[in-house]
Design a binder for this molecule. Sequence first.
Ligand code: UDP
Length: 489
Amino acid sequence: ASQEHQGKSGGRQHHAVAVSFPTSGHLNPLIRFCKLLVKDHGFAVTFVDVRRASEGSAAPPQAGMLRSPPSHVPQPPVPSFRRVQISSNAMPKACDLSFRSLFETTASLGPELEDVILSINHEDRPVTCLIADFNMIVPAQDVADRLGVPCVVLCTCSASMLLLTHYLSQGDVVCMDSVICAHSSAKDGDDVFCRCLRGLPTLFNKDIPHFRHVEDETRHVWELLIQLWKICDGKAHSIVINTIEGLEDCTCAALTDSSGVPVYDAGFWVDHPCNDISTSPWKEDEGCMPWLEQQPICSVLYISFGSIALLSQKELEAFAEGIISSQQRFLWVLRPDLVKETRYSAKDVVEKSRGRGLVVEWAPQLQVLAHPSVGGFLTHCGWNSTTEAIANGVPMLCWPYFGDQLLNARCIVDEWKVGLAFHAEKKDSSVELKSGEIERAIRSLMEGNEGRTVRENAQKLKEKSSRSFHPDGSSHMKLRSLLERLYTK
Ligand code: UDP
């Protein structure tokens, strides 16, 4: 692969500083993207890992530790990918506290970020650009402006979510109040929310992202996202979306036409696993891999609700009952904090399954989804889980929890037809899922006709997506054209 661009910036190696947002769903794609830049494009990357003070395995280097020693001291070569950590005690855990306070804490990290970046911005390896998670655009763009370098934004959600945010930021296309009310008890989730928004499918009330993580903070989070989008649209060098050609083409075209910033669908870097950096507070349980080896092809349902989603005790019990009575083999990620009220006993689930199931706290998900024994994925439809399932041709059973997951589920089921939905009962503004329905839907995915159809579709989409990761495929071509633009500006 090419290091062809190296040298276009006065013979210097490009040095990008990546600015992360502290949840697995944001860290994983940014690390994978940066590793691709190092491996295929000769970049040096300093990865600024923004964490809660108590999290992370590496000792956080102080900014000063990164300053060059005096020139007479022999220096070890600087690695092409290195990690520095900014941690803050004030930062809430995403699953404990509100998203709003997580956004607010990270947005205020500007001074720390500037200190770190100035300390690594040496003559021998000057910082040539920033690569910022979309949620970190406020401090990152500010520092990029001071240094006079471009800021490339990485969007870790779908193009559809970004386009909906864009339309909301325009004010007149979708009314904010109706977005806030989409899930209220007065509305029927199956009623059309809006048609004819260019680049988006017809949306129903139930598809509209809400943010009721702990308290209902939907309006605040939307307002924050709109602010972030406005900064991005007006100032960023470009946006890379973790999506691929053939998946959201009309959406990307609409974004390109109506926004002020170049958009690149140069995504899905799943062949760059990042297990040398832990991106979650839980240790990956590798023990599930030998267990998978012993299971028949396509027989295991993998179940994970990502790193943030919460279940109520009632939902968890319904899932456990439905999963066990479906009599399918399963591998279930039961995060210790998945249920707020109590800690559910994983041992009970395994015992009741009579050896058909395995429960882990955190799985090596990319490896699991790539394993031939895995035949289905019961997922909360986080964007990474969605793209990782697509890249591996695994059909999904969708139980979206909040935010963009609702919109993703809609695309998985109705647009790409690579997944099935539960038929849940409506109860005021929420829906109730019964164990009988869970059992029915799992059987349907794993052994029914509907499951066969979505499995075939998932295989086709996998082939399409693997063509885009090919060295001559669209993702690589688009990344090259982004880099060309970066080098000439
Ligand atoms: N993940 C993992 N092990 C698990 C569960 C999840 O490695 O047991 C990873 C998964 O591969 C994905 C990320 O955590 O990259 C979750 O991101 P996603 O966008 O799917 O959901 P979020 O956690 O942001 O809700």
